[in-house]
Design a protein around this ligand. Structure first.
Ligand SMILES: NC(=O)c1ccc[n+]([C@@H]2O[C@H](COP(=O)([O-])OP(=O)(O)OC[C@H]3O[C@@H](n4cnc5c(N)ncnc54)[C@H](O)[C@@H]3O)[C@@H](O)[C@H]2O)c1
Length: 372
């Protein structure tokens, strides 16, 4: 198969769909790889790194789209890219179609087959191609929270780990999933006193079994949440209710109960945020003040560490990418129901029920499509 990887063109996107390692693996499986020049530059991979694997470097995205059988990207194709997709071409990338009727219409019109990273599943009921970005955002949260707490940034002037004779920061993480667990581990590693709030008892049992000596858990009732938030120097928002906007768990009125200069890092901002006062910010202008509480609400946190994020995403996508290239998408999906769960669009038909429901478009079962 001819696999093409264009340079990402969405503003502030520095990741790339294929690392040189991924190119090397695909080529060793007998495939041909086309990389747009400078595609990996934002993640620290120059053209020479790809060329040394045997990949062909081309000058424009047009050349990549024109000749590749499969396009591998990070972000959803932008309007200009969607015009270049064609019938029979395979697209493997994040799509997030449910809130995006324009993109959905264009993908349907193109006749391409689109497999969305975010809906590929795993045997444990997880989302293996979303998890790496949650791991990155979770580990970043205490890092940016510690920075926000610094006096020059409007924070309380509290050091995460304290020093001998001065106690550590109090950190509260709301939501103990992938983001929350990674945030709690790093905050505890920095020496902070950490409590994780969740509503899932099985999840808290797991956290207590594995991390009992590292951080504490507490049931996320409204009362417990209010009490712990009032005592916190740093609160990390990390809840997810699948398929729904994040619930607002901390109101504006509650900010007045918090310590002046305390910090909020609302990682769940990409689902609307779990603080009433959250609104999305950018890496250029990441923090703002509401009632003396500093908010950090960057919607694409992994972009801050594009190289780590690219490599982590590449590790997760590689087995699926190789299966698609080796077997063709139909056989690969027939062999792996978790990959089949990623099929969102094929030959002008929508094949993912939640997207169809959100957009009011009829859906054809992916099972029928792979056998057609
Ligand atoms: N801002 C970014 O750059 C970025 C990057 C990655 C992920 N995210 C977002 O971070 C959020 C968390 O992602 P995740 O991968 O950790 O999800 P996850 O499903 O692994 O974990 C979510 C956790 O929230 C808990 N939860 C649900 N409702 C709750 C409530 N009312 N109170 C307390 N806990 C509750 C669940 O029990 C679960 O343990 C998502 O919104 C995700 O989209 C943002």
């Amino acid at each position: 198969m001819k696999i093409g990887c264009p340079k990402e063109i969405k503003p502030q996107e520095f990741r790339v769909g294929m690392t040189p390692n991924a190119a090397h693996e695909a080529i060793s499986h007998g495939h041909e790889v086309l990389i747009e020049t400078q595609a990996g530059a934002g993640s620290g991979f120059d053209d020479a790194a790809y060329a040394s694997t045997g990949a062909t470097i081309v000058d424009t995205a047009t050349e990549v789209f024109a000749s590749a059988d499969m396009i591998v990207k990070v972000k959803e194709p932008q309007a200009g890219e969607r015009k270049m997709l064609r019938e029979g071409q395979l697209l493997f990338t994040y799509l997030h179609l449910a809130p995006d009727p324009v993109q959905t219409r264009d993908l349907l019109a193109s006749g391409c087959t689109a497999i969305a990273y975010e809906t590929v599943t795993d045997a444990a009921g997880g989302l293996p191609l979303l998890a790496p970005m949650s791991e990155v955002a979770g580990k970043l949260a205490p890092q940016v929270g510690a920075w926000t707490l610094q006096k020059a940034n409007g924070g309380r002037g509290v050091l995460m780990g304290g020093v001998p004779g001065v106690g550590p920061a109090q950190v509260v993480v709301i939501g103990g999933g992938v983001v929350g667990t990674h945030a709690a581990r790093v905050a505890a590693g920095m020496g902070a006193h950490v409590t994780v709030l969740d509503r899932s008892l099985p999840r808290m049992r797991y956290l207590d079994d594995v991390f009992g000596g590292v951080f504490r858990t507490s049931f996320a009732s409204a009362g417990n949440t209010a009490e712990l938030v009032a005592l916190a120097d740093l609160v990390v928002g990390a809840v997810l209710v699948p398929g729904a906007a994040a619930p607002k768990l901390v109101t504006r009125a509650q900010l007045s109960t918090m310590k002046p200069g305390a910090a909020i890092v609302d990682v769940a901002i990409d689902q609307g945020g779990c603080f009433e006062t959250s609104h999305a910010t950018t890496h250029q202008d990441p923090i703002y003040d509401v009632d003396g509480i500093m908010h950090y609400c960057v919607a694409n946190m992994p972009g801050a560490v594009a190289r780590t994020s690219t490599i982590a995403l590449g590790n997760a996508t590689m087995p699926f990418l190789l299966a698609l290239a080796d077997k063709g998408w139909k056989q690969a999906c027939l062999d792996d129901p978790h990959l089949m769960a990623g099929l969102n669009v094929h030959a002008g038909e929508l094949t993912y029920y939640a997207v169809g429901k959100a957009l009011g478009i009829d859906v054809v079962s992916p099972n029928i499509m792979v056998k057609s």
